[in-house]
Design a binder for this molecule. Structure first.
Ligand code: MRU
Length: 348
């Protein structure tokens, strides 16, 4: 299966699929300006935890190329300022700060003695993060596919597919690999209010790959489970705390509650870098609050009365006790996550 390149580095410029325009049109944003790339992250032109990690590292590289400093000290402070700007664009996905911090470590590496050496190394690091993401998503797919049986109905939320990563996805990687292995899988995609990543992106990318997908309103998920249509739920993650609590797109937590009620295993698929060992529980995960306009209307059309108050957290936290397993690139982790997650030697 050929998968779309969500984000690429091309001759000193970043080229990304503008996800706000899908499924209507497949167009790209291309820029050599790290501030414009920061706007792309904020506006969700590029979105999904792993993809914004790649974008963050590329933004750091763009900032280094743009800064005309000749001394390494000057370049370092230029790049650090840009990195802080990029890291502040979206707070919940740890992949963004993880990738930016990884790039910033280049600045302190004595091997990069000149400003140009630092620039080259930052570009190489951003490309390495992208290439690693491509490979690790395949590994997530391989580990997770073993959990799916031929004929399964699998429900997913938001978009944790190729569009949320460099190209293959996390939750959808599990489905892609199972299908490549010859299993027949029927996917149920939650539309994912308020920005409809499930309807606009997941339905689109699964259909592009000829995978059987049925779209449903978020509020229909429990009914689909009650009717026995759903054998497994698989979602992505923006950050996983040390005890296994999972932050993901708003609406994930009620899905996990419904899955528990109906005896449906609830799986989370994510790169190992989505684990944040510095946080003991999900209560410490910063949750992005987005504009009320996203709830009171869609696509420029107002759907709620003028002046109504709106509550718009972009993510929620699913308690670890509702999660059957966490599927990563280094293996599948089962509860109790507090004991298992940091044993990185897993390979099954
Ligand atoms: O606000 P978004 O569209 O960036 O939210 C994305 C999600 O919640 C995804 O499920 C998560 O980032 C995992 S992506 C592989």
């Amino acid at each position: 299966m050929d998968h779309i390149r969500t984000i690429e580095w091309r001759d000193g410029r970043v080229r990304l699929v503008d996800q706000t325009r899908l499924p209507g049109e497949l167009v790209h944003v291309e820029t050599d300006d790290f501030r414009r790339l920061g706007e792309s992250i904020k506006r969700l032109e590029v979105r999904g935890a792993p993809a914004i990690g790649v974008a963050g590292a590329m933004g750091v590289a763009l900032a280094a190329l743009e800064c005309d400093a000749t001394s390494t000290d000057e370049l370092r402070s230029c790049v650090r300022e840009a990195a802080a700007h990029l890291a502040a664009t979206r707070p919940t996905a740890v992949n963004l700060t993880w990738a930016i911090d990884r790039s910033l470590r280049i600045l302190d590496d004595p091997a990069n003695a000149t400003a140009d050496a630092v620039r080259d190394a930052l570009v190489a690091e951003a490309i390495a993060i992208l290439e690693e993401d491509r490979l690790l998503c395949r590994a997530i797919g391989r580990h997770g596919a073993a959990l799916l049986a031929d004929g399964d109905g699998v429900l997913t939320h938001c978009n944790a597919g190729g569009l949320a990563t460099a190209e293959y996805g996390t939750a959808l990687a599990v489905i892609y690999t199972a299908v490549e292995e010859g299993k027949k899988i029927r996917v149920f995609a939650d539309e994912t209010r308020p920005l409809l990543q499930g309807a606009r992106l997941t339905a689109w990318e699964l259909m592009e790959h000829g995978i059987d997908v049925t779209l449903l309103c978020d509020s229909a998920a429990a009914s689909a489970m009650a009717r026995g249509l759903v054998d497994k739920v698989i979602v992505g993650a923006d950050r996983i705390a040390g005890n296994g609590d999972v932050a993901n797109k708003i609406g994930t937590y009620p899905l996990a509650l419904a899955a528990k009620r109906h005896g449906v295993p609830f799986y989370v698929a994510a790169p190992y870098s989505t684990l944040d060992a510095s946080l003991a529980t999900g209560e410490e995960i910063p949750i992005e609050e987005r504009s009320a306009d996203e709830v009171t209307g869609f696509g420029g059309c107002r759907t709620a009365p003028e002046g109504v108050a709106a509550f718009n957290p972009a993510f929620d936290v699913t308690p670890a006790e509702l999660v059957a397993a966490i599927i990563t690139d280094v293996g599948v982790f089962e509860p109790p996550f507090g004991e298992t997650l940091f044993r990185k030697d897993r390979s099954s």
